[in-house]
Design a protein around this ligand. Structure first.
Ligand code: T1G
Length: 658
């Protein structure tokens, strides 16, 4: 397959890039475009050039897999300069997701037209990078500094209509017209006009500069330790003192430095890990069972969230509850979640109403008959779940998949409580289930590849990051969290305080410390877990009862105004509580522990080492099939800072600087 083709139609030249899956600007693409431009220069009849792509999207970025190898000429900046130096106008015909290097290529063209559904952006900061092919120089010259900073430092794409408003593109085609045909018509129109001045040769239109110091301070606060967003703003700022050529050179230098840096290597690691973690040898070549209708048993917090996720993914969804009142509450929960998506502009009012019409509630399990997949999201009790499994198995097809949303119960036991246990799987959603990307797909000992492949395909359709895991207490994420929570409670008894542990974690890049997070979730959850495990707990294992004492005093966390911390109002920040300090010190004394100081570095090293040790056990037991799976879970479900790559990735790097 030829990666770049050139054809001449009348007095137009059409360059088409075909480099699936995302038309990344690989070396073959860059060379092919340069060769096409050289050929066009030999043809004086050409009055305009169209640059387009075959497949689902215009160029969606540089080829990340090339970043770990020496760059090979022609480099992307050279291709872009060759585009803007053409003697006739180049029209970029945009569709899909025009991202990173793709948008930079489009900015090297003289005009940009786009399909209405096109999204455009600079996601480089999500990879620990900044645009490295002129994006920080050409964008402000086209749309002004403010919008350029927003686009480049946030890393979030914008719609074609916003891009048109901002002047990033020149025209939006009609959704039912052929994009290339529209580009040909547009080219014929502009071919008679003088070529616009290339962006790199224009001045920045802004006469007033932002307050850079406060902008950089705000960016740094939001970045929580990531450096690329700050470098992006600084690179845009610095060009006010430079010529365009100097600014391009400065940008390239900053980009190369970031590309070689640990943060970008970590972010590129997790980007690829998230896309590879669900590729299992056992499901390669297995065609997932088609699924149209999902059953959800339970309309509470999790059930309604899962039902909302299914509706948003386009499934017919049947919700079962025990009685009409509970069903009405479940429907109300789903409607409220969809309202949230409506408010965030994710769906239109029309789509909201259509989705609600696809939600079918019932109190009779027989209504589940058409479902190819049923997920139970009822009370976390094995006997309750077994009775639900039994009731579901009686009404659905014998090949229908029955899944449990349990976060720690033994799914093997559930599987063996019904016929055809090979169709049982765990789908551990994270609350709020319609928003959190992570989904642990828990493979029972007897699940067959068909069940697993279908569950993974379902997760992808929901837009989730699916991580396959085996059965153990807590699967991957909760198991690792239990391990480091235990170590943190040991440190509390040995001399640290909750606020010190939490500060060390937030300084490391966690959005919230462990104790504040427990207060937010409710201390009774881990209290119940400890009670459940009490009978089988190793009597010789050190046990910290502080969490039990707090619960026995009714201190369940934020919801009661008191937990590990004190909360003056429902929204106020956690405050250290002298009563808890006293309780801790009394417990240490009762146990004869001589309290000592803990540095932030020792705290975070202890937490990280515990995560890595538990991760090694999880790998050795085959619960996770790769170390990447553990990083993906800890980053997407437990707040591990993304720009550090995950606990197992960090094991391969230099010791952490706190
Ligand atoms: N490089 C290489 N492979 C990539 C890739 C990339 N940039 N992006 C995606 N893939 C692969 C991915 O691994 C998967 O492979 C397949 O494509 C589909 O991906 C010079 C320096 C475009 C919105 O950051 O956001 O340009 O599993 O599952 O859900 O200044 O991919 O099929 O083997 O995500 O439809 C900037 C990153 C790069 C865009 C499509 N661009 N990609 O989403 O598919 S840096 C990005 C995405 C840069 C310039 C700078 C998404 C997508 P496989 P997918 P999707």
């Amino acid at each position: 397959m030829t990666t770049v083709t050139l054809e001449f139609a009348d007095n137009l030249a059409i360059i088409d890039i075909n480099n699936p899956p995302i038309n990344a600007t690989s070396h073959a693409v860059r060379s092919g475009v340069m060769d096409a431009l050289a050929s066009i220069r030999q043809n004086p009849a050409v009055t305009a050039i169209i640059l387009c792509c075959t497949g689902t999207t215009f160029i969606a970025g540089a080829d990340i897999s090339e970043f770990n190898q020496p760059a090979r000429a022609p480099l992307l900046p050279d291709v872009i300069i060759a585009l803007e130096d053409m003697p006739v106008p180049v029209i970029a015909a945009l569709h899909g997701t025009v991202l990173g290097g793709g948008l930079e290529v489009a900015l090297g063209c003289h005009y940009r037209i786009a399909h209405p559904a096109t999204r455009l952006g600079f996601p480089e900061v999500n990879l620990g990078l900044i645009p490295g092919a002129g994006g920080t120089v050409r964008t402000p010259r086209l749309i002004g500094v403010e919008n350029a900073i927003s686009l480049i430092s946030n890393g979030k794409p914008i719609t074609a209509s916003i891009a048109l408003d901002w002047g990033l593109i020149d025209h939006i085609t009609k959704s039912d017209t052929n994009l290339q045909q529209a580009a040909i018509e547009y080219a014929r129109k502009v071919a008679t006009q003088p070529c616009p001045t290339p962006l790199a040769k224009r001045n920045i239109p802004d006469t007033k500069q932002p307050d850079w110091d406060s902008l950089i301070a705000k960016t740094a606060q939001k970045a929580r330790g990531a450096t690329a967003p700050i470098i992006a703003v600084e690179t845009i700022r610095d060009q006010f003192a430079l010529s365009a050529d100097q600014a391009l050179a400065n940008e390239r230098q900053q980009f190369v430095t970031l590309r070689e840096g640990e943060q970008s290597q970590a972010l590129r690691h997790i980007f690829m890990a998230e896309r590879n973690v669900a590729k299992l040898p056992t499901t390669q070549g297995v065609t997932p069972t088609p699924i149209k209708t999902i059953g959800i048993v339970g309309g509470g917090l999790m059930g309604a969230g899962i039902a909302t996720a299914c509706l948003l993914a386009g499934y017919q969804t049947i919700m079962i509850e025990r009685d009409e009142a509970a069903l009405a509450k479940g429907r109300e929960n789903v409607a409220s979640h969809l309202q949230g998506s409506l408010k965030r502009g994710i769906i239109s009012q029309e789509r909201n109403d259509q989705l609600l019409s696809q939600l079918h509630g019932n109190t009779d399990y027989a209504a589940l008959a058409p479902a190819e997949l049923v997920i139970e999201a009822v009370f976390e009790d094995l006997e309750v779940k077994k009775s639900v499994f039994d009731a579901v198995a009686r009404v659905v097809d014998s090949t229908a998949i029955i899944a449990s949303n349990t976060s720690y119960l033994d799914i093997n036991a559930l599987a063996h409580s019904i016929s055809n246990p090979e169709r049982v799987i765990g789908l551990h959603f994270f609350s709020p289930a319609h928003i959190m990307k992570l989904l642990e797909v828990v493979c029972t000992d007897g699940a067959n590849p068909q069940t697993l492949a279908t569950a993974l395909a379902f997760a992808r359709k929901l837009g989730k990051i699916a991580v396959p895991t085996g059965v153990c207490d807590g699967f991957i994420g909760n198991r690792i969290m239990s391990a480091y929570r235990k170590q943190c409670e040991y440190m509390i008894e040995d001399g640290a305080y909750p606020e010190q542990i939490d500060a060390a974690m937030t300084d490391f890049g966690f959005p919230m410390g462990l104790f504040a997070m427990q207060d937010m979730a409710g201390l009774e959850i881990s209290w119940k877990t400890r009670q459940r495990q009490a009978a089988t707990r190793d009597p010789n294992e050190r046990y910290v009862a502080l969490g039990d004492y707090l619960c026995e005093q009714g201190r369940f966390g934020r919801k009661t105004g008191l937990g590990w911390f004190r909360y003056d109002t429902a929204k106020s920040a956690p405050q250290p509580d002298p009563d808890v300090k006293r309780l801790i010190e009394q417990e240490s004394a009762r146990k004869g522990i001589k309290r000592r100081d803990f540095s932030p570095s020792e705290i975070i090293q202890t937490i990280l080492a515990t995560m890595q040790q538990e991760g090694d056990k999880i790998l050795n037991e085959g619960v996770a099939h790769t170390a990447d799976a553990i990083d993906v879970v800890m980053i997407n479900g437990y707040g591990f800072p993304r720009w550090r790559g995950g606990p197992m990735f960090m094991k391969t790097k230099s010791p952490v600087s706190s």
